[in-house]
Design a binder for this molecule. Structure first.
Ligand code: F6P
Length: 327
């Protein structure tokens, strides 16, 4: 029997990402366009448990496509990881007459969604919203392009002072355990190297950097480091550099949460808008427990199980490109 969807619940969960608002707008308007009511659930799964839910009309999403963050707030909710928490969430869903969910977030968001969908037979579609770009099955995630451009802007500024003082800068970027932001920002900002967690297991990247004649022909250097226990982060590498090579004048910049804010780029707005429309279409096509992805500019449906289970590989060839271009 066809599961009729009359009302869809929408939430953002996990770390926010620029473009989430564009996705909220797209989901809301596409649902309304198709005669489906939309209920915004505030603060991610937490709002589903506490009942912070509000019906959205088309005007609730006016003037937000250009805004960073998420107007419906976000949270990481430990309670949703418990059976009791999910039971309360389901009861609230029924009370609010929500028939299906669209969840925008990353790995943790989809892990929760998968379990919830299985336990209560709830139709759920996910949108990949994370600056980390670390979800398998999609070429890009919502927020990645904006974060990348924010990083490049910051690195360009640091380069001015690095060059004036003839210093070596280790700049730490986000990415949780993935090196996408580090690798692409290093290439796009003309950095000498990117230190990423994916490669650390194979080689001593700092050693390799020095061996390759790092800073030989330059008066300053910039190394982009992915935050991670594996890489040791920018501070860890800087400490080691100072110890082993006191001749370098080393400085550290940790870009931090500046990377998560700001108005989304055109690419992120377009991506979020396309994906938002596709999420509602997928629910109407009776698709369940899938993430909307984009591959070669085509919308794809990726089962949550795959998006969560598989690690998306970074293109390690880019390390070679960075190395060649840094001579
Ligand atoms: O997943 C997005 C992200 O920004 C990661 O890059 C980072 O490790 C983490 O979230 C930071 O989380 P919080 O904002 O909770 O400190």
């Amino acid at each position: 029997m066809k599961y009729e969807i009359k009302c869809v619940g929408l939430l953002t969960s996990g770390g926010d990402a620029p473009g989430m608002n564009a996705a909220i707008r797209a989901v809301t308007r596409t649902a309304i366009f198709n005669g489906i009511r939309v209920k915004a659930i505030y603060r991610g799964y937490k709002g589903l448990i506490t009942g912070e839910i509000k019906e959205f009309k088309t005007e609730n999403v006016s003037n937000i496509i250009q805004q960073g963050g998420t107007i419906i707030k976000t949270a990481r909710c430990a309670e949703f990881m418990t059976p009791e928490g999910r039971k309360t969430a389901y009861e609230n869903m029924r009370k609010e007459e929500i028939d299906a969910l669209i969840v925008i977030g990353g790995d943790g968001t989809f892990t929760g969604a998968r379990i919830f969908a299985q336990e209560f037979n709830v139709p759920i579609v996910g949108l990949p919203g994370t600056i980390d770009n670390d979800l398998w099955g999609t070429d890009v995630t919502i927020g990645y392009d904006t974060a990348l451009n924010t990083i490049i802007d910051a690195v360009d500024k640091i380069r001015d002072t690095a060059s004036s003082h003839e210093r070596l800068f280790f700049i730490e970027v986000m990415g949780r355990d993935a090196g996408f932001l580090a690798l692409s920002s290093a290439l796009a900002s003309g950095a000498e190297a990117a230190i990423i967690p994916e490669r650390e297991t194979k080689v001593d990247q700092l050693e390799e950097l020095i061996k390759n004649g790092f800073r030989k022909s330059k008066n300053s250097s910039i190394v982009i480091v992915a935050e991670s226990e594996v890489t040791g982060g920018a501070n860890g590498l800087a400490e080691r550099m100072r110890r082993e090579h006191p001749e370098y004048d080393v400085r550290v910049t940790i870009l931090g949460h500046i990377q998560r804010g700001g108005s989304p780029t055109a690419s992120d707005r377009i991506l979020a808008s396309r994906m938002g429309v596709a999420a509602v279409d997928a629910l109407l096509d009776e698709q369940r427990s899938i993430m909307i992805g984009i591959v070669n500019d085509e919308i794809v449906h990726v089962p949550f199980t795959k998006a969560i289970k598989f690690d998306k590989p970074v293109n390690e060839d880019l390390l070679g490109v960075i190395q060649i271009l840094s001579i």
